[in-house]
Design a protein around this ligand. Structure first.
Ligand code: ZN
Length: 301
């Protein structure tokens, strides 16, 4: 893969290409931007360009490119969060490895994906390496929430900001990949993230069912709504995404009663995070939303 196949963020592409061409490579970079816009793919591509042995990088045919394709290049290490965090042991391992000279290349690249999940101890530990990296090393931190990173780390990195992908590029992507059944509401929900589009595609039917339910909120009685909200009761695994989508749907109606309901959705998210009874929390959400939307008719009854 080369940049030709990666959508959006032209400025970042140019920056990386220039960096490689002029061989003006820094020791630490911070790739910042929302989830699902390709930061990780860019980082891997950057690593490939730095490690490729050919004149025209990445050539896809040299030994380095071949090893990278098979995920077994000894001079590239990718660190990812285990469960929810990147722990100090992982950073200690990085430190141990980074002090060893490159094996087949003249550089060593370390990518820390979701670096904003590093614990405080892990970040403090990494700081020592970032302050005095070996001359052959480059560390690429990837993050979506820079507030979770220590200032002392951020100030040592060159910040590379990624923008959300434009709707027209998203539409092209949907067309080129023959993804069917994606509504305009779903595109708004994805907010320029291809990663999110892919998630939505995989659960498209659930998102469509939720759209149907929202359309019925001011047309059907409460019993009907409760009986036809299976999508919320049965989708525990993706409930936070669905609630986020519910907010988008409510907001897009531009009707004040519906927009008012966003506060109940937010309340529901908090309750679910606090592990309250799942079905009762959803019951409660639907009742409150229905009452809010139908308040006029409801009080008259
Ligand atoms: Zn190559």
């Amino acid at each position: 893969m080369s940049f030709e196949n990666i959508i959006g963020n032209e400025k970042v592409k140019q920056m990386i290409e220039k960096t490689v061409k002029t061989n003006n490579i820094l020791h630490s970079y911070l790739f910042l931007g929302i989830e699902g816009i390709g930061k990780s793919i860019f980082a891997r591509e950057f690593a490939k360009m730095l490690l490729c042995e050919a004149e025209n990088k990445p050539c896809e045919t040299c030994e380095a490119c071949f090893k990278l394709k098979n995920n077994n290049h000894p001079d590239l290490m990718i660190i990812e969060n285990e469960e929810k965090a990147i722990k100090i042991e992982q950073i200690r391992y990085l430190q141990q490895k980074i002090s060893e000279k490159p094996i087949i290349s003249n550089r060593k690249i370390y990518i820390i994906d979701n670096s904003d999940t590093m614990t405080k101890e892990a970040q403090n530990c990494l700081l020592k390496t970032i302050e005095e990296p070996p001359e052959y090393a480059t560390i690429i931190l990837i993050a979506s929430n820079e507030n979770k990173l220590l200032n002392t780390i951020k100030s040592r990195c060159m910040k590379v900001s990624f923008n959300k992908i434009e709707d027209k590029d998203i539409l092209n992507y949907i067309e080129e990949n023959s993804i069917e059944g994606i509504t305009t509401n779903m595109i708004s929900f994805c907010n320029g993230s291809i990663g999110k589009i892919i998630n939505v595609r995989d659960n498209k039917d659930d998102y469509l069912k939720l759209e149907e339910l929202v359309k019925k909120l001011d047309k059907e009685d409460l019993v009907y709504i409760l009986n036809n909200a299976d999508i919320l009761y049965k989708s525990k695994e993706i409930i936070f995404e669905l609630l986020e989508y519910l907010n988008v749907l409510l907001l897009k109606t531009k009707e004040i009663e519906k927009i008012n309901c966003i506060k109940y959705v937010e309340e529901t998210k908090k309750r679910l995070t606090a592990n309250s009874n799942y079905d009762m929390t959803i019951d409660n959400l639907l009742i409150k939303i229905w009452e809010e939307i139908n308040s006029e008719n409801y009080s008259r009854c």
